[in-house]
Design a protein around this ligand. Structure first.
Ligand code: GTP
Ligand code: MG
Length: 476
């Protein structure tokens, strides 16, 4: 396999590996007035990632949310309608709200994760619109790794649900990745209900629900508690801000999308825990500014922190939350933090801004439980296997150095027999090494910093959880 895939390039640059995970801020709101005074706003904040197969309607639905929440005016929509028409992509105008790059608009495909904001009664949401195309899975992983909840968009259009759900479709891979990356709750929106092949058919909706349910269970979701299904039309904006009209869909008695998002409950992160913020991006702006989501603890202006794994002492000069300067911020927030004491070039994405008293572990080796999904043709999973490790914002080459034991799929207990190799579907505990020190935690302590995926040549081959760290960690 000589082909230069994204992952192959990734391993050739160990310091700051490609692919550079890409994000774009969708700033639909232009007047300062409509921006929130964050400190006076006590609403909870949730990150929601839109996932699902290519063309399922993620960007269209995201764009429609911004339109319905008054952030995009009719004039802009008309402009997009014209632009979409000129590109012979008439129906893509709603997606243009989220797909802001020329490349995305021409191809009608999201490449970079789009980031936008809106509010319901109880919650401030950050939408992360992930790309569905398989070439951009690393971007999707980065979006999902910041999310608390997921909206899984499924197209109900004849043939499209089938393609997305079959082998090779992204529906399955996205669900598996979302679960592994800590997206604990899913809204499964059955989209394109307006399409003429669907026409708000209950039968089609039920078919999709009944096919998705066993798969979601197998992926580790408790479907009753963690998943809510609902029908929508992202393009028409139906069953989104208000419930769909009974004359159109007499059988639907459940909530609309905004209600369902509003009601989602998730376990809160610990505001008093040790501070942890994986850095997803950085830039120079009157000092060094780092971006990321607080996974644990709180931060205040003036705090002293460490940038791990390098143990660089830094001071917090300013904190920005959704473009507003704030004095302090708690867990779950997406922040930009201006730091003194470090140069921008000394930070890589995947570094973690961390409490001084209890810094995050920095290791070059750890033990993990892996579930093998799908190995490339003829590959066997054994000591010496190399892959690209994606763990929070880290992308790093790794090697499996030892298979410790296999887990019996039925009893979930370790098997006694010594294991030398495993195949697809196996669960195995192994020792993994990386070349450069990375920040991680045991899954049991900090799920968000202890879950990862292994990818080879552009495909996710395994998902895993860190179970043990070396006793003398370099963070001491
Ligand atoms: P990627 O970013 O490439 O993964 O695609 P996506 O999931 O963001 O899909 P996008 O929003 O770009 O929509 C793809 C196509 O589906 C466009 O032509 C949309 O107009 C169409 N579409 C999306 N939602 C609906 C819907 O509710 N009804 C109908 N009829 N078409 C829709
Ligand atoms: Mg899209």
């Amino acid at each position: 396999m000589e082909e230069d895939s994204e992952e192959v390039q990734a391993v050739s640059q160990p310091v700051h590996p490609e692919p550079k995970v890409k994000h774009k801020e969708v700033s639909a709101v232009e007047d300062a007035e409509s921006q929130q005074e964050t400190e006076g706003n006590n609403k909870r904040h949730l990150n929601v990632v839109f996932i699902g197969h290519v063309d399922a309607g993620k960007s269209t639905t995201g764009g429609q949310i911004l339109f319905l929440s008054g952030q995009v005016d009719d004039r802009t929509i008309q402009k997009y309608e014209k632009e979409a028409k000129d590109k012979s992509r008439e129906s893509w105008y709603m997606a243009y709200i989220m797909d802001t790059n020329e490349e995305e608009r021409i191809k009608g495909k999201t490449v970079e994760v789009g980031r936008a904001h809106f509010e319901t009664e109880t919650t401030r949401f950050t939408i992360l619109d992930a790309p569905g195309h398989k070439s951009y899975v690393p971007n999707m992983i980065s979006g999902a790794s910041q999310a608390d909840i997921g909206v899984l968009v499924i197209s109900a259009r004849k043939g499209e649900f089938e393609t997305g759900f079959e082998k090779g479709g992204q529906t399955r891979e996205h669900v598996m990745l979302a679960k592994t990356l800590g997206v604990t709750k899913l809204l499964l929106v059955v989209n394109k209900m307006d399409d003429h092949t669907v026409n708000w058919s209950k039968e089609r909706y039920d078919e999709i629900e009944s096919k998705m349910t066993p798969f979601l269970k197998a992926s580790g979701y408790n479907v009753k508690k963690d998943v809510q299904f609902l029908p929508i039309s992202g393009l028409m904006g139906l069953n989104m801000k208000t419930r769909v009209d009974k004359s159109l869909c007499p059988w639907w008695n459940g909530p609309c999308l905004f209600e369902a998002l509003d009601r989602i409950e998730i376990t809160p992160r610990d505001p008093n825990g040790p501070f942890r913020m994986p850095i997803i991006d950085k830039f120079k702006d009157m000092g060094t500014v780092v971006m990321g989501k607080v996974e644990s603890g709180s931060v205040r202006e003036g705090d002293s922190l460490l940038v791990m794994p390098n143990k660089a002492q830094v001071k917090v000069l300013a904190i920005y939350c959704d473009d507003n300067r704030v004095r302090h911020a708690g867990p779950g927030e997406n922040l930009r933090i201006r730091l003194s004491g470090i140069e921008e070039e000394d930070i890589l994405s995947g570094f973690v801004l961390s409490s001084v008293a209890k810094p995050v572990a920095a290791v070059t080796e750890f033990i993990a439980q892996l579930q093998i999904l799908e190995l490339l043709d003829n590959a066997i999973f054994t000591a010496g296997y190399k892959a690209v490790l994606h763990i929070h914002a880290v992308v790093e080459e790794c090697e499996i150095v030892e298979l410790l034991h296999q887990i019996d799929l039925k009893t979930k207990k370790p098997m006694k027999k010594k294991v030398l190799f495993v195949k697809n579907g196996a669960i195995v505990v192994c020792r993994i090494q990386v070349n450069n020190s990375i920040c991680t935690e045991k899954f049991a302590d900090f799920a968000q910093l202890g879950r990862f995926t292994l990818r080879t040549e552009g495909k996710t081959v395994a998902v895993g959880k860190v179970t043990e760290l070396p006793t003398v960690s370099s963070s001491a």
